[in-house]
Design a protein around this ligand. Structure first.
Ligand code: SF4
Length: 293
């Protein structure tokens, strides 16, 4: 009988990004005082981590839920950020905000607001390369009063108005290669464009290193909640460099058949995957009592 694998390595660059780590730490700090805390939207796209925080007193609500809170309640704004309308609503309801918007996202929001002021004078447009209705994108579009144009992929490029000036931004977690392709295609159509490099540095560096990590192992176990858009992008990257890449949405979903004949298994995940979950998957994948054949 072969043991599950000879070598299991957790990707040293995986685990929460700084923005998510900061938000989780702030939530835990507040909850340690025994108070009730409401998160506007899931703090991380990871069911087990949400359940862990819920057991400490964190409740996840949506904007309608926020309208039903009693005066003086405390609401956490997650790393993705929110549009200005959310802050106005909180003020009108006398709700206390713990603002965990990632500083990188906050800067992007401010840059988009400033760009919108500029293009409004010239009849131009702010374009955001991002996923429609993603929380971060909603927060970004909110800086323009809903006027920014969201483009999800290169095939939508002809929806853009190239007859006036464009200021182009990207959601922080988009695929750097896809953004490069979009930038090139825009420059083929106009010179009247300002391109902003707004993919998070942590995400950009991660892409480069993850490709090598995926190629360097027989099998990749990619740990992430199914709702994570960053997870989808990074998993595709793993698949591109290692066809034996498998999505693991909970540690007990690792299947023996995936590991047959694998001498080395790499364990990695999205920016919303906590380190403890990667360790749990590593323990299962390297458990010598569980054989693969
Ligand atoms: S991926 Fe980057 S921008 Fe997004 S929350 Fe994490 S650190 Fe912030």
């Amino acid at each position: 009988m072969a043991s599950r694998c000879s070598i299991c390595e957790i990707d040293p660059d995986s685990g929460f990004c700084h923005g998510v780590m900061r938000a989780v730490n702030k939530a835990e700090e507040f909850l340690s005082g025994g108070g009730r805390l409401y998160s506007l939207g899931a703090m991380v796209h990871n069911t087990e981590e949400i359940e862990r925080l819920a057991s400490k007193g964190l409740a996840t609500i949506d904007i309608e839920g926020m309208k039903g809170l009693v005066t003086g309640s405390t609401v956490l704004i997650r790393a993705h950020g929110e549009p200005p309308a959310t802050y106005s609503l909180a003020r009108s309801l006398d709700i206390t905000i713990i603002d965990c918007t990632c500083p990188v996202v906050l800067k992007l929001q401010r840059d988009i607001a400033a760009a919108f002021k500029r293009v409004s004078l010239s009849g131009g447009s702010v374009v955001i390369f991002g996923k429609r209705d993603h929380a971060e994108v909603n927060g970004l579009v909110g800086q323009t009063g809903g006027k920014a144009v969201v483009i999800e992929n290169l095939s939508e490029i002809d929806q853009l108005d190239f007859s006036h000036h464009i200021e182009l931004f990207s959601q922080t977690t988009r695929d750097p290669g896809e953004y490069e392709a979009l930038k090139t295609a825009c420059l083929e159509r106009t010179a009247d464009i300002t391109i902003h490099d707004t993919i998070c540095v942590q995400v950009r560096n991660r892409h480069k290193k993850l490709a090598d990590f995926a190629a360097g192992h027989d099998v990749i176990l990619f740990v992430s909640g199914r709702d994570s858009s960053n997870g989808k992008v990074l998993f595709e990257l793993c698949l591109k460099h290692n066809p034996r890449s498998y999505w693991v949405d909970a540690p007990d979903s690792v299947q023996d058949v995936w590991l047959v004949g694998a001498a080395s298994v790499g364990i990695t995940g999205a920016t919303s995957t906590p380190r403890w979950q990667l360790e749990a998957v590593a323990a299962i994948a390297s458990d010598p009592s569980r054989s693969v054949i």
